[in-house]
Each structure stands twice: as C-alpha cells, then as structure tokens.
Design a binder for this molecule. Structure first.
Ligand code: GDP
Ligand code: IMO
Ligand code: MG
Length: 426
C-alpha cells in the first residue's frame, strides 16, 4: 500500500518527530494532517537539532515533499519563523506545500485560548496557548478564515470583518479584553499572506496525483490517541482528530490507500497539561525518568509528568487506530532503573478493566494493576541489533508486544537518527 500513518499512542511526545525523520527517506511525501503549532517534534540528524511545530518532520530529505494538510491549522508567524530557521540551516523549504483549506490561527484565537484557561482556574486544561481550541471552534462554527482566503485581500478583509463582528463582543463582554479592527489584523497578516502564497496548493489533488504516479505518502500524526477530541480523555484533550482516521479527513486521501499504521509508544509514559494519568509517578522514580529522559516540553518548556508504561492505553490505541506496527522509543532511558513496572489492567470499584473504560469517572478513579520486571541497569544507546540487547530489555519488549497485540517493528535507544533498531519496518 502506498500510504502509511504514523500516530502517537499515548499523551504525545512519544518521539514521533524522530521516527518520522527516520523513515521518511523511504517516502516521497510526508504530510501532517491534524493539529498546529501545539506540536513540538524533535529531529536530530546530520548534525542538525530541529524543534518543528508546523513543518512536517520529513523536511530533512531532498526529494521528499513536505505537505501541511487541510486538517491542520496554520499559525503564519510560527510557520514563517520555522521556514526561516530551516533555511538558515541550509534546509530548503522550496518543496513545502500547504493546503488552501487549512484554517489560520488569528491573534484573537491566542487571546481567547489564554483567557479561557484563566477562567477555568484550577480546572484548566493546560493548553499550549497556541490558540488551537478557538481556531478549531471557529472552523466548526464556520466563522474561521482559511489559508486560501489569504490569496485575495478583498476576500480576506470581508471574512475578517465577519469574524470580528462575532469575536469582538466575546473578547469584550465575556473576557473583558481588547478587541481588534480589520486594519490592525491586516497590518500583520497581509505581509504574511504574501510570503505564504507560493506554498498554497490544492493538497488533496496533489496527494492523489502523487499516488496515481506510484509515489508513497507518510502521514505524520501530531499529538496522540489519548489527546484525540473523540477518543481521548475529554475534556483534557486537544481539539482535533489526531488518531489515524484523521489522516483521511485531514488530507483528502481515501482510506483504501493506507496500508500500515505505525503507533509510537514511549517505553514509559509522559503527559503535559492536566487530566487523568493512572500510572503517574509523583516521587523519586518519576523525577529520575524526567531527568534522564529530558522530559521538558518542546513547545512550552513545561516539565512533563512521568509514569510507568500503561499497556491498557497502548492496547486501546491499537484498537482505535488499527495499528499494524509499533515503535517503542526511549528504551535507553529505562537503563537507569533496577526494576520496571508495567500496568496491565485497572481496578475500579472492585471491577477489573483491561481496556480504557468509556466512562470518564471510572478512568479518573482507575488504580493500575502492575507487573514488575527486572531492569537491565546499563547503557544500551550503542546497540543496533535486537539480539545484542540485554536479556531483560528483550523480555521487556516481548512483554509489551504481547500486551499490545501488535509487533514491535522499531526500537529507539537514543535521540539521534541512527540510535535505532529496525526489526520489521523495512
Ligand atoms: P514528539 O512530539 O512525539 O515528536 O516527541 P518530542 O520531540 O516532543 O519528545 C521526544 C524527545 O525524546 C525529544 O527530545 C527527542 O529528541 C527525544 N528522543 C526521541 N527518541 C529517543 C530515544 O530513543 N532515546 C532518548 N534518550 N531520547 C529520545
Ligand atoms: P506533540 O505533537 C503533548 C496537550 C496540552 C494540553 C492539551 C490541549 O509534540 O506530541 P492544546 O494547546 O492542543 O489545546 O492543548 O493537549 N498537547 C500536547 N501534549 N504533546 C503535544 O504535541 C501536545 N499538543 C497538545 O499540553 O494538555
Ligand atoms: Mg512533542
């Protein structure tokens, strides 16, 4: 099959950027299909360390087209800053293509994101404050502006005027914040439009033409299964369909083109922002994982909450994404522990759950049931062959594979592109 989807199986930051970069040399196109600048994907290769928010992680390869699909939202300021950063490092963005149907993050979306979080007080979601929720709200409300609206100043002004007629009263009356005028927004956004214009394409048409020409596409997921608006821990989620189904609606490529779905799972677990996290470790072990794994957000710099690997979550991700393959990342980090726990089920009110319970109160009160495995207690970052891993590390992978019901095709043992064990992907 010509298309594959790469998707986060947990609460984000699983190492999607690294694995996308690793495998995207084998694809002709790498397409982001959901989310916006809330994503922070790290790529370390060829002497470059990149933190990418908007541009697909396949940008490092000459001959691979990076595409921002219609399901994404585009923050012009972040996008153009990223293009400048890449070009300053000698990485060309000439082949970047952006869907005309992707929605634009406006300045008032960021204001509303911050103001809404403030209003929620201790119940806040802990968003990245990139304006994601309000931009998708406007999309669904049919009051949003799209990238294609930037092609024509007259249309842009008209649509902006209509959007402000709706948004200004919310800013003023609900949140007691300053409002915007059309001219004020145009002053910054029209110059952005000039720079973005050359990248705008009919991306569904482009992607399908590529498929017809026998070329292959990798869909790079952002965020993750448990942050999906439908399948995640609502309301502590992002505002898009980050699961594999989003690759279809977020790109305009039919599901019959997709063969493999690669789930990315960290060998332990992290989460940024609020919301339930049954296997969270609040003591010394959690701190150690955070230190050794450098668990600080790429987008916000926030300290990530750390916990044990939760096989109930990954098994659920296998179901809702239809995973064919799994990549286990950051296995090297667990070398700092003597023993390792894996959550194999939850208990709540005397009942045992082997899958993520649909009812949120059950999930909130779920107590993890653990199995304890011996650690390997050594540095494995130089290992490139599965059979050269310590026995305990191989057993750990075999156990995760069995619990997920999906083969572990890739294992990563360090942040660099080559710190990888490919078992069955290629
Ligand atoms: P993403 O959002 O899923 O792309 O993940 P992030 O880039 O936000 O976070 C993953 C972090 O782990 C980054 O700092 C990566 O450089 C790093 N990383 C990825 N794979 C490995 C690995 O196998 N071992 C270690 N130690 N770090 C890794
Ligand atoms: P990548 O692609 C981890 C989390 C935020 C917050 C919730 C909603 O790097 O894995 P939003 O700004 O989207 O409205 O925030 O989702 N979140 C992420 N957490 N990695 C991400 O992206 C995330 N994108 C959003 O912390 O809890
Ligand atoms: Mg990230």
């Amino acid at each position: 099959m010509p298309a594959s989807v790469l998707v986060g199986t947990q609460w984000g930051d699983e190492g999607k950027g690294k694995v996308t970069d690793l495998i995207s040399g084998d694809f002709d196109v790498v397409c982001r299909y959901a989310g916006g600048a809330n994503a922070g994907h790290t790529v370390i290769a060829n002497g470059h360390k990149l933190a990418l928010h908007q541009v697909p992680s396949g940008v490092m390869y000459d001959g691979t087209y990076p595409v921002i699909g219609n399901g994404c939202i585009v923050d012009p300021e972040v996008l153009l800053g990223e293009i400048d950063m890449l070009e300053a490092q000698g990485i060309s963005c000439d082949e970047l293509r952006i869907s005309g149907n992707a929605h634009i993050v406006m300045p008032y979306h960021k204001d509303l994101d911050g103001a809404h979080e403030k209003r929620l007080g201790k119940n806040l979601i802990g968003t990245t404050k990139r304006g994601v929720g309000p931009t998708y709200m406007d999309k669904m409300n049919r009051t949003g502006l799209r990238v294609q609206d930037m092609l024509d100043e007259k249309i842009f002004r008209e649509k902006l005027e209509a959007a402000l007629a709706y948004t200004n009263p919310i800013l003023e009356k609900v949140y007691e914040m300053p409002t915007y005028t059309v001219n004020q927004v145009c002053e910054t956004y029209l110059p952005y439009a000039e720079r973005i214009r050359p990248y705008i394409v009919e991306s569904s048409l482009f992607l399908n033409e590529q498929l017809e020409a026998g070329r292959s596409i990798l869909f790079e997921g952002a965020q993750a299964t448990m942050l999906d608006i439908d399948h995640g821990t609502y309301p502590f989620v992002t505002s898009s369909n980050c699961t594999a189904g989003g690759a279809v609606t977020g790109s305009g490529v039919g599901p019959t083109n997709i063969g493999r779905v690669l789930g990315i799972a960290k060998a332990y677990l992290t989460r940024v922002g609020s919301g339930p996290f049954p296997t969270e470790l609040e003591g010394e072990i959690g701190d150690r994982l955070g230190e050794v794994g450098h668990e600080y957000g790429v987008t916000t710099g926030r300290k990530r909450r750390c916990g044990w690997y939760d096989s109930v979550v990954v098994n659920y991700a296998a179901r809702v994404n239809g995973l064919t393959d799994l990549a286990i990342t950051k296995l090297d980090v667990l070398g700092c522990l003597d023993e390792i726990k894996v959550c194999v089920a939850y208990e709540c009110d005397g009942k045992t759950y082997r899958t993520v319970p649909e009812h949120q109160s059950v999930f909130y009160h779920a107590k993890p049931v653990y199995e304890t495995l011996p650690g390997w207690g050594c540095d494995i970052s130089g290992v490139r062959d599965f059979y050269r891993l310590p026995r305990e590390a191989k057993d750990y992978i075999d156990f995760l594979e069995q619990l997920a019901g999906v083969r572990v095709s890739i294992i990563t043992v360090g942040p660099d592109r080559d710190q990888t064990i490919d078992r069955y992907w290629k």
